[in-house]
Design a protein around this ligand. Structure first.
Ligand SMILES: C[S@@+](CC[C@H](N)C(=O)[O-])C[C@H]1O[C@@H](n2cnc3c(N)ncnc32)[C@H](O)[C@@H]1O
Length: 359
C-alpha cells in the first residue's frame, strides 16, 4: 500500500451548491491517493479552498433565521449506517422501487452503453443498487472501472465487497463532495463514461442548485458519454409522508444524528431528547421537508465554535428537502444543463423514474 498526494487546481468557475448558506466556492483541491491493492485505490479530496468547513456551516446555519443545516452533514459513519437502515424500512419505497427498475432494465442500459468501460457514480453510498449495472456492464464488456464519489468513508467498505463479488472490476473510489469529485474525474478519464446519480439525491437541491449541479455534470461530459439519473416522482401525499417518518423511527434517528455529530465534532451540548423529528410534504414547493423541532425554549452551547444558540419552543432546524418531480420539471432541468433525455424507465406505479441523458 502507498500514499501519494496530488494537488490540482480546479478550473471551474465558482458555483453555488449550498442550499441554505449560498456560499461561493473557489476551488483548488488537494487529494491523496491510497492504493489498497492492484484493483482498488481510494482518493481523498479536501474541500476546495474557500468552501466552508463543518464548523463554519453549523455556525452560519444555526445563527440564520430560519435555522438550517446542510443535509450532506447527515453522512458521518453512524448517519451512513442509519441511511442503510432507512432503505430497508417498509415505508421507504424509494430504494426498492429504483432497485426493481435497475434489476429489470440494467441489461438494456448496458447494451445501450456498450462502448463504455468507465462508470462514475455520485453519492454512491453502499452501492447496493449499482450492482445490477456493474453486473450487466461486466457481462457485456468483460472488465470495467468503477469510480464511486461520496463524502462518506462508506466507499472503502462497499468497494471491498464489490471486488469480492465481481471479477473484472477495478475501483477508484473518490471520497469527496460532488463538485470536486467531478473535477478529479475530468482529470482522470478521457475515454467514454457513464455517470450515475441514483436514489433521487438530486432532490436534496433546490431547483436552482439542481440545475447548477447538472450543468457541472454536463460540463465534464463528452458527446459519447451518458448520464443516468434517478428521480423520485410526485405521488400520493400519504405515501410520501410515511416514507420520511417510518413507524420504527429510523428516519427520526437519522435526522437527530446530525445533532449528535455536532456534539461529537464541535463540543456541542444538544440534549437530543429535547428535539423531535418532523417530516411533511410541502405541496407548494413539491418537496418533503425534514426538520428538528425544539420541544422547549432552550439554549445550546457549542464549545469549539464558542457559540450559544437560543431556541424558542416549537422552533425548527430545517435539515433536508427532498423534491418530488414531474416529467416536465425533469425536462426543464435537463435542458438548462444542455442535456436531453434519451430514454426513461419507470416502475408500473410511476413512483420512480430512471432517465438516460446525453449532451
Ligand atoms: C440519499 S443517499 C443515496 C445513496 C445511494 N446512491 C442510494 O441511492 O441509495 C446520498 C449519498 O450521497 C452522499 N452525499 C450527500 N451529499 C453529498 C455531497 N455533497 N457530495 C458527495 N456525496 C454526498 C451521502 O454520503 C450518501 O451516501
Amino acid at each position: 500500500m502507498f500514499l501519494k498526494t496530488i494537488i490540482i487546481n480546479l478550473k471551474k468557475p465558482p458555483t453555488i451548491l449550498n442550499q441554505f448558506l449560498k456560499e461561493t466556492v473557489n476551488i483548488s483541491s488537494v487529494y491523496s491517493e491510497e492504493v489498497i491493492n492492484e484493483r482498488l485505490s481510494v482518493l481523498r479530496v479536501e474541500n476546495g479552498n474557500g468552501k466552508n468547513t463543518f464548523a463554519e456551516d453549523v455556525s452560519l446555519g444555526l445563527t440564520s433565521f430560519p435555522k438550517g443545516l446542510h443535509p450532506k452533514y447527515f453522512y458521518d459513519s453512524p448517519g451512513s449506517e442509519l441511511f442503510e437502515q432507512i432503505c430497508k424500512t417498509p415505508e421507504y419505497y424509494v430504494t426498492r422501487t429504483e432497485a426493481s427498475i435497475l434489476e429489470r432494465y440494467s441489461e438494456e442500459i448496458a447494451q445501450l452503453n456498450c462502448d463504455k468501460k468507465n462508470i462514475v457514480e455520485l453519492g454512491s453510498g453502499s452501492s447496493i443498487k449499482t450492482k445490477y449495472i456493474l453486473g450487466s456492464f461486466i457481462r457485456n464488456s468483460g472488465s470495467i472501472t468503477y469510480m464511486p464519489v461520496d463524502v462518506s468513508d462508506i466507499i472503502v467498505q462497499s468497494s471491498k465487497k464489490l471486488l469480492d463479488e465481481f471479477e473484472g472490476l477495478s475501483i477508484k473510489g473518490i471520497i469527496s463532495e460532488y463538485e470536486e469529485g467531478l473535477e478529479v474525474i475530468n482529470e482522470l478519464i478521457d475515454s467514454p463514461k457513464m455517470i450515475l446519480f441514483l436514489g433521487s439525491s438530486i432532490g436534496n437541491f433546490t431547483q436552482y442548485e439542481a440545475s447548477e449541479l447538472l450543468a457541472c455534470i454536463s460540463s465534464i461530459m463528452n458527446e459519447n458519454d451518458s448520464f443516468l439519473i434517478g428521480f423520485d416522482l410526485v405521488k400520493d401525499i400519504d405515501v410520501l409522508n410515511a416514507a420520511y417518518d417510518d413507524s420504527a423511527g429510523v428516519t427520526a434517528k437519522f435526522n437527530i444524528n446530525i445533532l449528535s455529530r455536532i456534539n461529537k465534532e464541535l463540543g456541542g451540548n444538544f440534549d437530543l431528547s429535547k428535539f423531535k423529528h418532523k417530516a411533511f410534504f410541502n405541496t407548494d414547493f413539491s418537496r418533503v421537508e425534514m426538520h428538528l423541532e425544539s420541544t422547549k425554549e432552550q439554549l445550546v452551547y457549542m464549545r469549539d465554535i464558542d457559540e450559544s444558540i437560543h431556541f424558542e419552543e416549537g422552533e425548527t432546524i430545517h435539515t433536508e428537502n427532498s423534491y418530488k418531480f414531474t416529467d416536465e420539471m425533469i425536462s426543464e432541468l435537463a435542458s438548462f444543463a444542455d442535456l436531453t433525455v434519451n430514454k426513461t424507465w419507470k416502475d408500473p406505479e410511476n413512483y420512480f423514474g430512471l432517465y438516460l441523458m446525453k449532451k
